[in-house]
Design a protein around this ligand. Structure first.
Ligand SMILES: [Zn+2]
Length: 62
């Protein structure tokens, strides 16, 4: 086996990535994280992310 990079599946785009952040024990890749950070509150995409995050968060506390 090769020395493999530790990858995790991003909960936003569902793609495996080696780099990213963890939010509520879930993984978000760097590109999605940047997207979230730069997305304006008024943007529809922001709502999409918030809905995803809320769902994860609710899963964590239930
Ligand atoms: Zn992602």
């Amino acid at each position: 086996m090769n020395e493999k990079q530790f990858t995790q599946t991003c909960i936003v785009c569902s793609k495996p990535s080696a780099e990213g952040i963890r939010i509520w024990n879930q993984f978000v890749c760097v590109s999605c994280e940047r997207d979230i950070v730069k997305t304006e509150v008024e943007d529809a995409k922001y709502n999409f992310y918030i809905e995803r995050m809320k769902k994860i968060w609710l899963d964590q506390i239930s």
